[in-house]
Design a protein around this ligand. Structure first.
Ligand code: NAD
Length: 476
């Protein structure tokens, strides 16, 4: 029989509520949240209700919760980037095993403190590098390990952040300002740097990098544009980033559905875009259509954080319009307090002399990663989009190609191409399997991607090549 793990959630935001909360709702025999710490009343109450948490186990912050003697098996730390270190160290001291959201910390010093904390307490700690747990990247890893590509010579990896995701998170939202969050290359690409390290199977030797904030700045603001889109912007009909397009007309969601190869998703997109009145009528009896008409998931949900409770269940166009008058998500994208860069390239040479480059930018037509791995025997080309995934191998000797993996868009419960749920599965297995001392994405393994991110940031800012041995040694 499966052992049920009891858990505490610190931070019932997007990740805590949807990724890990949904896992527990789907697999109650495996995971049971018995406490939550969250300052936003609406989120705390919603999480408590969904998971049947007693009121005395609901806390408005992690501090009072962790003052109590240990009362659960694990803690999920899902607070924002700059709030990872303190709750994690305190929870380790209390004897909890931990699943910690990425990045481990927003500074290298913070990462080392966590590594020390794990070493000192002997607890288990997994970092949520979810992509390693996807079927897509696991297939690539296996293909490399089996030698199907020969020796790897070069990897070219792109993180194509969609125009809407970038504006939402890195211009208007939580990761827009490095003083409140972390460098974009860490926040967005620690996953990708982790994958490169994992696939190449060698430590990074040296790194160079370039990039800047090119587009989302005041010099590009349209003439006479107001601070908030809904205050009468002269280009509201043509601006890609006009807030009601994104949060009321949910253009990002319809674009994802339209790009899917599945016909029913295309029909839904068409209904949402062109037949609003029919959708309004049909959405009354049909629940699926109700959520399409009154969209409340990402990217809309963060609009509602911290709002008075009476507004929190009202997803009508009128209420959203009212919220956009003052919400950070209603701001003109050219007039925000953003300072993280919007495009970057990173060049890496590894200890085994394999070279790789990573390109990240916020202007993609769709959300996803693409990569090309060139080996001595074959080339692998992968597409990991939210609208579908595909891996093809091109054999040099035979001149033939073979598709070894393909996945269409599916509305299941697990985000990141299935990685969110597989990560939790694997973490829970580590807790009960005496042969596993730490999860695949443990603190010591994770530090390599974070070192690369901090080094890439330094290389970019200082316009220099970073020798990783020196960089690593300065902080040990
Ligand atoms: N693994 C991934 O692929 C992935 C994807 C997205 C985000 N993330 C990371 O997950 C983390 C959370 O992101 P999110 O989008 O859920 O953010 P979020 O802002 O939606 O959630 C964070 C929550 O923490 C709460 N919080 C603030 N102070 C607190 C305190 N003192 N005690 C307890 N809770 C407190 C906030 O009120 C908020 O609800 C971030 O570090 C982010 O970078 C990881």
């Amino acid at each position: 029989m499966e052992k049920q793990t009891t858990a505490i959630l610190i931070g019932a935001g997007n990740r805590g509520m949807t990724a890990y909360g949904n896992y527990a709702l789907r697999y109650p025999n495996k995971l049971n949240f018995i406490a939550v710490a969250e300052p936003i009343t609406y989120r705390r109450d919603k999480f408590a209700k969904l998971h049947n948490i007693a009121s005395e186990r609901c806390y408005d912050s992690w501090e009072p919760l962790l003052q109590e003697a240990k009362f659960a098996d694990v803690v999920f730390v899902c607070t924002q980037d700059q709030m990872h270190v303190e709750p994690t160290l305190n929870a380790l001291e209390k004897g909890y095993d931990i699943l910690l959201e990425k990045p481990m910390a927003h500074t290298l010093e913070g990462c080392y403190k966590i590594i020390e904390g794990v070493k000192k307490t002997g607890r288990i700690l997994g970092v949520c590098h979810v992509l390693r747990y996807t079927a897509f990247f696991s297939t690539i890893k296996k293909t490399i390990s089996e030698g199907s590509l020969g020796n790897i010579i070069n990897i070219s990896h792109r993180e194509n952040v969609s125009w809407y995701h970038f504006a939402h998170s890195f211009v208007r939202g939580n990761w827009r300002n490095v003083n409140e969050s972390s460098p974009m290359i860490l926040a967005k690409c620690c996953h990708d740097l982790d994958l490169l390290y994992w696939m190449v199977e060698a430590l990074p030797k040296r790194i160079s990098s370039f990039g800047s904030l090119l587009h989302f700045k005041s010099i590009n603001a349209p003439i006479s544009s107001p601070d908030y889109c809904v205050e009468g912007c002269p280009i509201e009909d043509t601006c890609l980033y006009y807030a009601p397009r994104i949060y009321i007309n949910i253009v990002p969601i319809t674009q994802i559905l339209e790009k899917s190869e599945i016909k029913k998703f295309k029909i839904l997109a068409n209904l949402r875009k062109k037949h609003q009145k029919i959708l309004a009528v049909l959405s009354k009896p049909i629940k699926l259509l109700q959520s399409l008409r009154y969209w409340r998931d990402w990217p809309v949900e963060p609009l509602y954080s911290g709002l008075p409770e009476e507004a929190s269940e009202d997803y009508s166009d009128e209420t959203k319009m009212r919220i956009l008058r003052t919400s950070p998500y209603g701001r003109c994208v050219y007039k925000c307090d953003n300072n993280v860069i919007d495009h970057q390239v990173v060049n890496i040479e590894f200890e085994n002399n394999v070279t790789a480059n990573l390109i990240v930018h916020g202007f993609s037509e769709r959300e996803g990663r693409t990569l090309r791995i060139d080996g001595t025997k074959a080339t692998l080309i992968g597409e990991f989009f939210d609208s579908g995934q595909k891996i093809t191998i091109y054999n040099h000797f035979t001149g033939t190609s073979k598709e070894i993996f393909s996945e269409k868009l599916s509305i299941d419960y697990s985000g990141h191409g299935g990685g969110d749920f597989s990560l939790v599965d694997s973490f829970l297995e580590t807790l009960t399997n005496p042969e596993k001392s730490q999860p695949l994405t443990n603190a010591n393994e994770t530090i390599e991607s974070h070192l690369m991110a901090f080094a890439a940031n330094k290389a970019r800012v200082k316009n220099s090549v970073i020798e990783m041995n020196e960089f690593r040694m300065r902080l040990i």
